[in-house]
Design a protein. Sequence first.
Length: 222
Amino acid sequence: MKAGSGRRGHRGFTLLEVVVAMSLMAVMLALSLGTLRGATGATARAEATAQRDERLRAVQGLLRRQVGAALPMAMAIDPQSGEAQVWRGEARELEFVAAMPGYLSRGGPHVQTLELVGDRLQFQHAMLTPDGPLDPEREPTVLLDGIEEAAFSYRSFDDTGRPGPWQDEWPHPSTLPPVVRLKVRFKDEARRWPELVLTPKLASPVPPAPVEVLATPGDITR
């Protein structure tokens, strides 16, 4: 054996090899961090979407429960006709009487208002007493925001059971509408609102016929 052959067998890495190895490690570390960031972002987006969808389902559940439980109770009296007003329905606002869940307010009937204000859907309620509704217990609660376009509409049925056209205003405030619809389109197109159709359980299927005003003898001209 020649002298010095053992030292050649234990030769260390060259500077170039060290630089190449460190560069490869840096590239792999960068790829790992990028993958981790992507996975973290995807998880955060998935969680945000799930929370957003869960909120939409909660709002729809609240609307189904409260509108479905609407009561034919007078919240006001029409000063002209003397009729009891149990429902006020317009394209951007509706008002009715229903019981509030005990975990949200004191029990008993409350005048409940759903109103589209700007890009929001707001909910407010006030206890109904024999002397009329009290002042609202708190500021309106924002149920939905970021709305681009939304409207309530109402539908009744004729005496043969055929559905009538959707109306932007409910013309029979002394009765509950059989069907109520809320259409919503958000500014964020990723947010989807399935068309929501609500049915007050105590509504009369057919609205009352208009009252015919009979002429008095003094109104008749000969």
